[in-house]
Design a protein around this ligand. Structure first.
Ligand code: F6R
Length: 368
């Protein structure tokens, strides 16, 4: 049932092009506009929303961090992201015009469920993004967007994450569409570009040999850093979490620009640092990230740089270059995370760990 793979996790990583295609399926009309029929919240109500709060745990929280950048940019609605176990204890400011978006692969996570109950007591509208049909979280929400990733058996979430990010994009684009945002052309372009992402993710997987080789080279290192800015930052956090949970390695994700404010002191000779680079010429942060790479390289780090095809600006500062197809900044997280997932899976395998049942972890956390 692992379809010839050694682990469910690895199988699920390779299923991601299909999983993302399935999340997108049936959500476009004949003119290419989004139709999120399952949002049983009326367009009038959606136009009244003046604040969005995304609530989730772990990997799903990282999907929420990506979503914030996209949703705020496309809708201009202020959007916060909170860790579910923190949310209700900070007495959050929510009211009937707040849209609470919860993200949960399993739909059974207790921290997230309690956050939903709190939000509904304050009369906020709650939309659940969930992968399991009829789970508790969608049942207790006003509406649900199912991710349709298919069952996820590996404890470390992979296709769950990618499809959560896609579902968040669909929600953001739909809100922008319903609210008649002035970026009409951009919304249309991104809506179209999303359809090309399954093929782009497949390209990442077709180039897996480089990551498998890299895993052999780095499996004995003790500490790993992941750097990114803007949407590259949540990708860094997620890449680090994967390595922690299955390879049991010390790994930290940082906003690349924040490193010099303290944590750069941890950079020592040959420490592997993965860096996500935004698109060259189309993103104001590109050059800043390239100088962040130079900063860590100058202090002895081994730099593993994820960068789009055709961008040679990093060549002098990268020990290893991992290329991905060109994509808009906001869609890059769908590509950048794939080699990081594979890296964690392969390092854990080489170390002899049980990838699908990592120590101390359960697939769904039903206690607060
Ligand atoms: C990480 C992982 C966890 C879950 C988190 C939320 O790989 O699997 O961090 O993402 O426990 O779980 P769900 O999405 O089921 O609410």
């Amino acid at each position: 049932e692992k379809g010839g793979f050694d682990w469910f996790m690895r199988k699920e990583i390779y299923e991601q092009p299909q999983a993302v295609a399935d999340t997108l399926l049936g959500r476009y009309d004949a003119e290419g506009k989004l139709t999120l029929d399952e949002i049983r919240i009326s367009p009038e109500e959606l136009r009244r929303i003046n604040k969005i709060v995304i609530v989730a745990c772990g990997t799903a929280y990282h999907a929420g961090l990506v979503a914030k950048y996209a949703i705020e940019h496309w809708t201009r609605i202020p959007c916060e992201v909170d860790i579910a176990s923190e949310f209700r204890y900070r007495d959050p400011i929510i009211d009937p015009n707040t849209l609470v978006v919860t993200i949960s692969q399993s739909g059974e996570t207790a921290d997230t469920l309690m956050a939903i109950r709190h939000a509904r007591e304050q009369h906020a509208k709650v939309i659940a993004i969930c992968n399991v049909n009829g789970a508790t979280i969608p049942r207790e929400s006003d509406a649900v967007i199912y991710t349709h990733a298919g069952p996820e058996r590996g404890v470390a979430s992979t296709k769950g994450y990618l499809t959560q990010v896609v579902a968040c994009y669909l929600l953001g684009l739909y809100l922008a569409q319903v609210r008649g945002m002035k970026y009409g052309d951009e919304i249309k372009a991104i809506t179209d570009e999303l359809q090309k992402m399954p093929a782009a993710i497949q390209t990442m997987l077709d180039n897996d040999q480089q990551i498998l080789d890299l895993s052999k080279d780095l499996m004995d290192d003790r500490s790993f850093f992941f750097l990114g800015r803007h949407v590259g930052y949540p990708s860094a956090l997620e890449g680090a979490l994967k390595l922690k949970e299955i390879a049991y390695k010390h790994a930290e994700g940082f906003p690349a620009g924040e490193l010099k404010h303290g944590s750069i002191a941890l950079i020592e000779q040959d420490i592997p640092v993965f860096v996500m680079v935004p698109p060259q010429g189309r993103d104001q942060l590109h050059d800043k990230v390239v100088s962040n790479i130079q900063e860590v390289r100058a202090r002895g780090a081994k730099t593993i740089v994820l960068v789009e095809e055709g961008d040679d600006s990093v060549n002098p500062y990268a020990d290893v270059i991992i290329r991905h197809p060109k994509a808009s900044t906001l869609l890059q997280p769908l590509l950048a995370i794939v080699p990081l997932q594979l890296f964690a899976c392969e390092v854990a395998t080489l170390l002899g760990n049980d990838v699908d049942q990592p120590r101390n972890l359960a697939k769904s956390v039903t206690v607060e």
